[in-house]
Ligand binder design. Structure first.
Ligand code: ZN
Length: 109
């Protein structure tokens, strides 16, 4: 079995809840059935290792799409309105994030 390295690019980082890792550790422990692992209390060590992983502050990502409206001052730009906080800007191209509430407006595949 080949282990994949965690991604290091912050934009691509993925986070899991510590609590959700415990059942996985339990499964691994149950799968490992050699006397050596049992003697070393390997299962408990896995749980300790999960506890040692630093927790990170993450917020659920709010994703949305700019509401595009005509601009009264120019034909080249549009008014882009955040659907969450109603913040708006006049621009040719909208920003990837709402600078007011932080909503992620990037197009997703
Ligand atoms: Zn907003």
């Amino acid at each position: 079995m080949e282990l994949k390295k965690p991604k290091t690019n912050a934009d691509d980082a993925e986070y899991i809840e510590r609590e959700s890792a415990y059942p996985l550790a339990k499964r691994i422990c149950d799968a490992i059935d050699s006397e050596e692992f049992q003697r070393l209390n390997f299962g408990l060590r896995i749980l300790d290792w999960i506890d040692e992983v630093p927790a990170v502050d993450v917020r659920p990502v709010v994703r949305g799409k700019w509401k595009k409206a005509p601009c009264h001052e120019t034909d080249e730009a549009y008014t882009y309105i955040c659907p969450f906080c109603r913040w708006y800007m006049i621009a040719i191209e909208p920003m990837n994030f709402c600078p007011n509430c932080g909503a992620d407006m990037r197009e997703r595949e």
